[in-house]
Design a protein around this ligand. Structure first.
Ligand code: TIU
Length: 219
């Protein structure tokens, strides 16, 4: 068992029954010209998440924690993209439109791929997801159940959209959930701070929060 300092209380887990869920560390969210930028966001705000996520992934590999990468993307024919998602708002390019990193959020296109610092390795699990939450329309639940996973550690982008949605879905499914502060980020720093505060409030109503320093201090 590993116990690390966390809020609102220490978080204990058996690495053999724990997975890191790294949410959507894709070029489409982190680099200029992708989906995040088409929505009008300053994507440079997410740059510091990349080295922190790399450090968290390395720590998990060293401690025998399964690494799962999720990827928000759609089929080339958009059959898994509801019009309500594609037509929402007034982005400069919509999902499926051609951009500087290929078609926006389409599976197999350069933009939908992971940033080069965080490429999946042999033994990792990769989950392509059509929604914001990683359980909807994916085999994630079966992947976790078949491995006897009970505890989840979260990182990725963006904190208040895909990360928080997935963490809430996981919490409702009975998983003990921890999010690592430096390894997640938002285009809106105040939303990140609020999401972390919401998660750990009320005795950890959604889960626990901890810093990368807390993780490293655990061993
Ligand atoms: N727009 C935004 O903040 N996020 C997303 O659309 N997807 C994820 O969070 N991955």
């Amino acid at each position: 068992m590993i116990t690390l300092q966390a809020q609102p209380t220490p978080f204990s887990f058996d690495p053999a029954h724990t997975a890191l869920v790294m949410i959507d560390m894709q070029r489409d969210f982190i680099e200029p010209g992708g989906f995040g930028a088409t929505l009008g966001n300053d994507v440079s705000l997410l740059a510091p998440v990349v080295p922190a996520a790399a450090a968290l992934i390395a720590w998990c590999r060293a401690h025998g924690v399964l690494v799962i990468h999720t990827q928000e993307c759609h089929a080339p024919d958009l059959s898994d993209c509801p019009p309500a998602k594609r037509l929402r708002g007034k982005p400069s390019l919509r999902i499926g439109d051609p951009g500087s990193m290929g078609r926006i959020l389409i599976k197999g296109e350069p933009g939908a791929g992971f940033v080069p610092e965080l490429l999946p390795q042999t033994g990792d699990v990769v989950i392509a997801k059509p929604g914001k939450g990683a359980f909807y329309g994916t085999p994630l639940a079966q992947e976790l159940q078949s491995r006897g996973i009970t505890h989840l550690i979260f990182g990725g982008v963006t904190t208040e959209v895909c990360v928080q949605t997935t963490m809430r879905e996981a919490n409702d499914r009975g998983y003990e959930c921890l999010i690592i502060e430096e390894a997640t980020g938002s285009y809106f720093p105040e939303f990140k701070a609020s999401a972390l505060a919401m998660i750990r409030a009320q005795g950890g109503i959604v889960g626990w929060t901890a810093s990368l320093g807390d993780v490293r201090s655990a061993g």
